[in-house]
Ligand binder design. Structure first.
Ligand code: URP
Ligand code: ZN
Ligand code: ZN
Length: 462
């Protein structure tokens, strides 16, 4: 066979194993995985000796250029996908959220325009159902257009995004019928509103500052909401995916639900694994406000255990970048901090350094949580998510131990800060390939804006 590219001599991580091998690429696809593949004079050789060759990462929870909290998140499809590429991310899934009065189709069109001409890596969108009465009859049309994952938020009334139990129940019925999946942001809205109102006084804000973010979101806020969403999944049979799960209690609920056969899976985000609410004691603690809030070290420990035991299926980022200037909008009132953090560039380095090197996950398990599971759950496998013959040649080549220091000035994100600033992390991509094309070479982004493609999907869950 004549290969366009051979990735030579790396430790190649396939879904069930790893071994020293070459990966032969023809066009955009992986054509062979074996030792000592023969090259022709035209074959490009990428030396991977002494490196791990892993599947390109899928970050399936990303918000680029999102109007939110009175401003717009500052990574767009150019900076966001450059950041992803540098972190070995080759596919992202964003959330298309309808503006007031928009249909689901218009929301998808709006997000397509954001990506068009800018994206370096492949992408698609979860379609957000924000007004059940208007949107319920549009869901099937979106499935026919190639969108198979939908999203509802249990909070964010003031953004106009909130869904109630009626919407969740009705959507899950449709998910069962169509073989598609509902993603849910699970936080208990009314009790959360009550706690925020109780603490929203000038005295308490002076005393506690940004720490009020954590104080108004005790773990039961997430746990009650997950419990309720799980109930709707159980009685309808509709497939449910809990996004950005952050608590030990939530993880326990998911484990019990899965044991009795409820079709529910859960994602956590890397920040809930490696940070905790101690950050709010820092002078710049308000920068770390995200939604849901960072929790306690015991929660992180339970989430790590859930990843290795299986009840937590995916690690993502919930990238929603705000600069220091944007975060400064809070002026001492925690309810006005734009919520979210940069993340695409550091997902793989954090999961590798804190997960694999610190022996919380094996390298195969990390690839399962960052690539194979997200691809399977989101209807992108076997095209994406694994190093297998016939799959897209999306690869990240990482050094097993060499570290780089996180420095916002040297990063691709538009953020002028990082939650991980000064951390020494291994696992940045020395080389990233997307559909056979080198888009990161020697740790620098070389891919062209606009080369990323939208990924249509088919229902796969029936
Ligand atoms: O803080 C976050 N997560 N911002 C994005 C919105 C969301 O709830 O995912
Ligand atoms: Zn959310
Ligand atoms: Zn989100």
């Amino acid at each position: 066979m004549q290969f366009d590219t051979i990735v030579r001599g790396g430790n190649v991580v396939t879904p069930d194993a790893m071994s020293t091998a070459d990966v032969g690429i023809v066009g955009e696809k992986i054509a062979a995985i074996a030792p000592n593949l023969a090259a022709s004079p035209e074959t490009r050789i990428i030396d991977a000796t002494g490196h791990h060759v892993i599947p390109g990462v899928l970050d399936v929870h990303v918000h680029l250029e999102l109007p939110f909290c009175g401003t717009t998140s500052s990574d767009d499809y150019l900076s966001g996908t450059r950041a992803g590429a540098r972190g070995g991310v080759t596919t992202l899934i964003d959330f298309a959220i309808p503006y007031a009065g928009d249909s689901l189709g218009q929301a998808a069109d709006n997000w397509m325009k954001r990506a068009d001409g800018k994206a370096l890596i492949d992408y698609t969108f979860h379609i957000c159902i924000t007004r059940w009465n208007e949107h319920k009859d549009q869901i099937k049309g979106m499935v026919d257009r190639g969108f198979t994952t939908f999203k509802e938020f249990m909070i964010y009334e003031s953004e106009g995004w909130q869904s109630d139990d009626r919407a969740m129940f009705g959507t899950l019925e449709k998910m069962r019928e169509y073989g598609t999946m509902l993603l849910v942001h699970a936080e208990s809205p009314r009790v959360l509103d009550e706690l925020i109102a109780r603490y929203h006084t000038p005295e308490l804000m002076r005393q506690y500052g940004a720490r009020l973010h954590a104080m108004t979101r005790p773990n039961f806020i997430e746990a009650e909401a997950i419990q309720r969403a799980v109930m709707w999944s159980e009685v309808t049979g509709g497939r449910l995916y809990i996004v950005h799960m952050s608590t030990a209690e939530g993880t326990d609920i998911i484990k019990r639900a899965q044991a009795r056969g409820v079709p529910v899976v859960a994602e956590t985000c890397v920040q809930y694994l490696v940070l905790n609410d101690d950050v709010f004691a820092r002078e710049d603690g308000h920068l770390f406000a995200c939604c849901p809030q960072l929790k306690k070290p015991e929660d992180s420990a339970r989430l790590w255990r859930g990843l290795s035991d299986g009840e937590v299926s995916v690690i993502s980022t919930d990238t929603c970048t705000f600069t220091r200037d944007q975060k400064a909008m809070w002026e001492g009132d925690w309810t006005r901090i734009p919520m979210g953090m940069p993340g695409l560039e550091t997902l793989l380095p954090l999961a590798y350094t804190r997960g694999v090197l610190e022996q919380r996950l094996s390298l195969n398990e990390m690839c399962l949580k960052l690539s194979t599971n997200p691809a399977r759950l989101m209807g992108l496998y076997p095209r994406k998510g694994a190093i297998e013959v016939g799959a897209d040649a999306d690869l990240a080549i990482i050094h097993p131990t060499a570290t780089r220091t996180v420095d916002p000035d040297a990063m691709e994100t538009n953020a002028d800060w990082s939650p991980f600033e000064g951390w020494d992390l291994a696992g940045f991509a020395r080389t990233t390939l997307s559909r056979g094309e080198v888009i990161v070479d020697d740790y620098a982004v070389v891919g062209k804006a606009g080369r990323g493609k939208w990924l249509p999907r088919r229902p796969s869950l029936k």
